[in-house]
Each structure stands twice: as C-alpha cells, then as structure tokens.
Design a binder for this molecule. Structure first.
Ligand SMILES: Nc1ncnc2c1ncn2[C@@H]1O[C@H](COP(=O)(O)OP(=O)(O)OP(=O)(O)O)[C@@H](O)[C@H]1O
Length: 574
C-alpha cells in the first residue's frame, strides 16, 4: 500500500470516526431533546391536572358561595321577620299600656311581672302565643330584664304623656266652652237686637199696610176675609189624629198674620194672598168672638151686617157659628152682646130685637122656628126691599129666650148624610137678627140687620161621589156658593150690576149686603191632610172675594142701606 492510500484510509477513518462521534452526539442530543420533551409533556400534564383540580375547586367554591348566599338570604329574611315581630310587639305593648286605665295598668303590670302566676320575677308582657312560638329568641330577649325595664320606662313616660294630654284636652275643652258661651251670648244678644229692630220695623210697615188696606177695603164696600184653622181632631177611641197624619197641612205664616200656607209633606201647595186676619188654631170661642164683635156692635147702630162661615164639610163652620153647648159660638154670643149694648144705652134708646132662623135647602126656604113653613118665598116690598112673608120672627127679651130660640131652630136643621161626612149639614142656615133702635129724644128709628150664615159644605161634587138626591143637593150648594162669591166680588169691585137674583141665598141677603153694609167671610180650613185639596179650593175662594179693586172705580152712593145708618167709623178692626 502506497502512502497516499494509507493517508486516504486514515482520513476516511477519521472522518468515519468523526461522523460516528457526531452521530452519537446527535443521538445524545436527540435523547436529551426527547427527555426534555418528555419532561415538558409531563410538566404539561401536571399543569393540566393542576388546572383541572383548580377548576374543580372553583366550581366547588361557586357551589359553596351559592349555598352560602342562599343561607344568607334566608337569614336576612328571618332577620326582617324578627325585626317586624319585635316592632309589632313593642307597639302592642305601648298600645296596651296607653289603653289601660291606671288601675288596669297597675294590675296588668303586676300580672306581667310574675307572668300571671305571682312568681314575682319581672318579665316582659307576653306576646301572643303565635309570636312566642315563631320567635323564641325574640321572646327570650324581651324577657331580659334590662329590656323590660326600658319598656317599663317607656310605658311610664307614655302614661305621663297621656295624663298630660288628657289634662290638656280637659283644659282646652273648658276654655273652648267658656269661649263658646261668651260668643253665643254675644251673638244671641246681637242677633236678638237685630231681629227685634227688624221685627219692629216689619210690624210698623205691616200696620201701615193694613191701615191703607183698611181704607181701601172701606172704599171698596167693607168686606173682610178671615181664615180660621181648626185644630187637628183626635179619634175618641185611641186619641190618634183624625186621618192618621199627625202633621197639620195648614199653617199661619210666621211673619204675616193674614197669610196661610197649605202644604203637604213634600212641597208647598199654596200660599194665600194676605187676608185681613188668620185666626190661629188654638183660639177659644171667646177669643174669636172678640175678633168679630166690633162688626156686630155696628148692627145696633143701624148697619147691616153679614157674617158668613165658609168651608168644606168638617172644617168647623157650625162649630164657629153655633158651637157646642159648653162653648157657644158667634150666634149666641152676638145676640147676647146686642142685649148688653142695648141695656147700656137704654136711657137714650129703646131697642127691639127679633130673631128668625131659616135654612135654604135645595133652593127651598124653610123656617127653622116654625116647621110648618117649609117652602117660603121671597117677595119684593113697595120700598124695593126683599122680604119673606110668613117667616117667624121671635122677639127676644132675655138671654134664656135667645138660647131657647136658637136651640129650637137647631133641632129642625136638615142634616143629610154624605160620603164625606155623615153628619154634614147640606143646607145654608141663616140666623137673622133685626135690631130696631128708637131714639127716645128724637124718636127716630133705625133698623140694623145681622145675618149669621152657616153655609153648607163647599166640597166639590167630584170629591163626594154623590149621586141622586145628594148630587142634586151638592149641585145646588155649589151654585149658591159660587153666586155668593160673585155677589161679594161684584160688591167689592163696586160693579154697576150685582147678581143678587141668581139664587135664593143672595136674594135673601140682598138688603143686608147692599148699601153701606159690612160683610165678614170666615173661611174655615181644616188642617188634616185628606182635606188638602178642599182647603186649597177654600183659599182660592177667599182670594177671589178678597180681591181689592185697586183703581178706576167710583163709590156707588145709590147702594145705601134703607134705614140710613149714622156715620160712625166703619172699620170693624181694632
Ligand atoms: N175650633 C175647633 N175646636 C175643636 N173642635 C172643632 C173646632 N172646629 C171644629 N171642630 C170639630 O170638628 C168637627 C167638624 O166641625 P163642624 O161640624 O163644625 O164642621 P162643618 O164645617 O160645620 O161641617 P158641615 O159642613 O158638615 O156642617 C166637629 O166634631 C167639631 O166639634
């Protein structure tokens, strides 16, 4: 082998060796790398395990937190309930203490101190069993002495505050009462003064108005209209009001004693125009006579006077004119008064008083003092006066004769039954008193006539359900009342033609109504509710005849009374 070849082999060997070393080195490096990678992988796995573990822990923690927060919520709810219960208990304790009287307070205090068993250990007021069961902790704490003492102090403070407040309230009430009393007195005196002045002024104005009205009435023919309201009647068997209605429906006006109100329970039905007077319900027969006596006295002076009692059945016409035996009415009192006056004047004047009594029934005139005269007629005398030939006239010279004469006439009165009132008078009854006065010195004689007329009931035919004879009666009554109204109105208005001739009633009374006569119409009203419509219709009648003719008339001097009355003040008013 040449050296070159040997050299080449060495190099080759060296290269191979190097190569092998490098290979080993590379393998080593590979191994190291692999180990490194393995280590990393292991570490990574470990890390993943740790992360998993941590995540599991976090999840556990979250669960735990949730459980905790749930527990916390429950606890705070519980806490709230406890708080509310405590507040409620405190309130109820305070309320109890406030409401209890001092005595109760003491006893309840004692009871609660020993728990109601007398053990003497102070304890808080026991809450309701529910609360005790639900909130044992609270009850326990409430039973703690310090807490109970606080409550006691609080209760005492509240009690003293309550006493103070009570005292304050009493003081305020006293002060208020004193103040009110003073104010009331002040107001009353001021109002009373104010009203007194007002009422005085009003009365003065009313008086003036009435004086003017009187003058006007005298100029218009001297016709007066009074209302009389009878009292509510009581049933004899049970003393109850006649129609079961205790409230009267007719009232006198408080401010104007000439006005009546006819009302029912719901609304005002009618307020009358002012009449001359309203006679109150409680007036006695004597008081009523005092109201009418001036007009009666003028008869003795030669005036013709007519007094009419107008009203529906049961309104009290006969009571006013005749009256019961123990309370005689206008008829008897009037004749007695004429006697008295005649007696007083007997030194100068000789009087002669004659009484006749008649009734007009179905337009027939009957003599009530002599029943044989059952159909009298009216005649015209030569002097143009109307007379009733055959009518009995009784000369009365004593009170007893007057009483007997009137009683005789009363017996003969026709009383027919109607549906409205079975005792109803269906005729007009006229008591006529003729007073002749002869002056003993001058020998001049004057004659005055007094006609006291108890008219038949004014109820409307439609209301009575009358048929046959009763219907005929009712129609005759209605006609004559309506004619009377027309005559009175025509006289008041001073009309040229006065329709006296239209019925027997006005024909009989022609002489008495005509001329310088005086007429008083007493319109009767019944206060019971069932007569409401009749009362309204009576008020309408009163208003019609009470109308004052205000202007455009001249007094008709030709209509004078035949006997020529002396000139005396004509007004019947006081
Ligand atoms: N002022 C009064 N005080 C007491 N009772 C009275 C009064 N007015 C009327 N009465 C009584 O009322 C009832 C009816 O009265 P009265 O007979 O006088 O009525 P009238 O209007 O005359 O009836 P008629 O038209 O039917 O005759 C009677 O029982 C009467 O006693």
């Amino acid at each position: 082998m040449d050296s070159q070849n040997v050299g080449d082999i060495d190099i080759f060997q060296q290269c191979k060796y190097i190569h092998e070393v490098e290979l080993v080195n590379m393998k080593l490096q590979m191994r190291i790398l692999e180990t490194h990678i393995e280590t990393k992988d292991r570490l990574l796995r470990n890390l993943e395990d740790i992360i998993d573990e941590q995540e599991a822990r976090i999840a556990n923690m979250e669960d735990f937190i949730q459980v905790l927060s749930l527990d916390f919520g429950t606890l705070s709810e519980e806490n709230m309930r406890l708080k509310n219960a405590l507040t409620q208990m405190q309130k109820s304790t305070r309320m109890n203490e406030l409401l209890e009287t001092d005595e109760d307070y003491e006893s309840s205090d004692l009871m609660s101190c020993d728990g109601g068993t007398g053990n003497g250990r102070s304890t808080s007021p026991q809450p309701t069993s529910d609360v005790t069961k639900s909130y044992p902790l609270m009850v326990q704490s409430m039973r703690e002495e310090s807490h109970w003492k606080k409550l006691q102090r609080c209760a005492e403070e509240l009690k003293s505050e309550k006493d103070e407040l009570r005292q304050l309230a009493l003081d305020t009430k006293d002060a208020f009462n004193v103040c009110m009393g003073e104010m009331k007195m002040m107001l009353t005196s001021k109002t009373t003064d104010f009203f007194r002045v007002l009422i005085e002024r009003y009365k003065a104005e009313m008086e003036k108005r009435k004086q003017l009205h009187n003058q006007l009435v005298e100029l218009n023919g001297n016709i007066r209209v009074f209302y009389r309201i009878r009292p509510l009647l009581r049933l004899p068997q049970n003393n109850e009001a006649e129609d079961g209605n205790e409230k009267p429906v007719v009232f006198i006006d408080d401010m104007d004693n000439g006005v009546v109100h006819v009302t029912n329970t719901s609304n005002t039905k009618k307020t009358s125009a002012s009449a001359d007077k309203v006679i109150p319900t409680d007036f006695s027969q004597e008081q009523i006579f005092e109201e009418v006596s001036p007009i009666i006295t003028s008869c003795i002076d030669g005036y013709n006077v007519c007094i009419f009692a107008y009203g529906h059945t049961g309104s009290g016409k006969t009571y006013t004119m005749e009256g019961p035996l123990d309370a005689p009415g206008i008829n008897q009192r009037a004749i007695m008064q004429l006697f008295e006056t005649a007696k007083d004047r007997s030194n100068d004047i000789s009087y002669n008083i004659k009484v006749s009594m008649m009734e007009i029934y179905n337009e027939k005139i009957r003599d009530l003092l002599n029943t044989a005269n059952s159909n009298l007629s009216i005649r015209q005398t030569d002097e143009g006066k109307s007379s009733i030939p055959g009518l009995e006239e009784v000369l009365v010279t004593s009170a007893q004769e007057v009483t007997d004469t009137l009683a005789k006439g009363r017996k003969n009165k026709v009383v027919a039954a109607t549906e409205a009132n079975i005792e109803s008078s269906r005729s007009h009854v006229i008591v006529r008193v003729v007073v002749s006065a002869t002056n003993l010195i001058t020998k001049v004689t004057t004659v005055g006539r007094l006609n006291l007329v108890d008219l038949a009931g004014s109820e409307r035919v439609s209301q009575t359900n009358a048929t046959g004879q009763l219907l005929k009666e009712a129609q005759a009554i209605n006609k004559s009342l309506s004619e009377l109204g027309n005559v009175v109105l025509a006289l008041r208005q001073n009309q040229k033609h006065i329709p006296f001739r239209n019925c027997q009633l006005t024909r009989i009374l022609e002489d008495s109504l005509n001329g310088d006569s005086k007429t008083l119409v007493l319109v009767h009203l019944s206060p019971d509710a069932k007569s409401l419509n009749e009362s309204i219709s009576s008020v309408n009648f009163a208003e019609k005849i009470g109308q004052v003719f205000k202007s455009g008339f001249k007094r008709d001097v030709t209509r004078k009374s035949i006997s020529g009355p002396p000139k005396i003040p004509a007004s019947p008013r006081k």
